[in-house]
Design a protein around this ligand. Structure first.
Ligand code: SF4
Length: 252
């Protein structure tokens, strides 16, 4: 373990130890069949009836630039497109095997146009680097591309409006694993109202590609509740072990 990674484990508040032999394997819990997610709404599906507008999603595109432009000009959610500074499309390596999915932009993300910046972003970077993933090697996006005013929870209609964009991003990226950070992201991706404590520590699957999905805490929550950093570290090790198993050829 290099000194840089040690520094990031320190930032996570994780005690480091030196194994006498090789590191222990991370046990992989049973697949949580009941928590397997439904398929995402297709981008060319009819607009949800709960939509606050008459907006109809675009058909999927195979062009990142086209998708980015569509998001930038989106006015599907009347309140959000009026109150946002800009849309926050997502950032990272478009060939990434890891897709990190958060809830929605906060104030700083809305200002900068990039997800997970500020202190929470720095902690997310530390969390990823602790499992060997520099930020630039993953792709990071949110369920919602616009900031809900006052950082309120996304409304169901807003999530329905915006999910086709995430669906298109997943189709373009073809990630090997999804890491859902925070309760809101996990609940919306898995279409459940189960508490985060029941969603973490299990292997879920998501969407038409049945992509493995692991849930962990949002870094903003961990900044407020550092006592849960150790649980987050367990989640990250579980995600890394799941990824290793997926690329080893036995994802389920
Ligand atoms: S949240 Fe998504 S669907 Fe709603 S206006 Fe923003 S980009 Fe469009």
């Amino acid at each position: 373990m290099g000194p840089l990674r040690n520094a990031y484990l320190d930032a996570l508040g994780i005690d480091r130890w030196i194994p006498r032999n090789s590191p222990p394997e991370v046990a992989i819990p049973e697949v949580a069949a009941a928590a397997t997610s439904p398929a995402l709404p297709r981008a060319d599906a009819p607009a949800p009836t709960s939509s606050p507008s008459t907006w109809t999603p675009h058909p999927p595109t195979d062009d990142w630039g086209v998708l980015r432009e569509r998001v930038a000009g989106c006015t599907a959610c009347a309140e959000l497109c009026r109150t946002r500074t800009q849309t926050v499309f997502g950032v990272g390596n478009t060939r990434a095997e890891w897709l990190v999915i958060g809830e929605a932009p906060g104030a700083e993300e809305d200002r900068q146009g990039e997800p997970f910046v500020g202190r929470a972003g720095q902690l997310l970077n530390a969390m990823l680097l602790a499992i060997g993933l520099p930020r630039e090697t993953v792709f990071i996006a949110n369920v919602l591309k616009c900031r809900p005013p006052g950082n309120r929870d996304p409304k169901p209609a807003e999530v329905s409006n915006c999910l086709p964009y995430l669906s298109n991003q997943i189709a373009l990226l073809g990630p090997k694993i999804l890491l859902a950070v925070g309760r809101i992201a996990a609940q919306n991706l898995l279409a459940t109202d189960a508490p985060l404590a029941r969603l973490r520590g299990k292997l879920h699957h998501f969407g038409e590609a049945n992509t493995p999905l692991v849930v962990t805490y949002h870094p903003a929550y961990l900044l407020r509740t550092p006592s849960d950093k150790r649980k987050a570290w367990e989640d990250l090790k579980f995600a890394r072990a799941t990824y290793s198993r997926v690329i080893g050829g036995s994802s389920t």
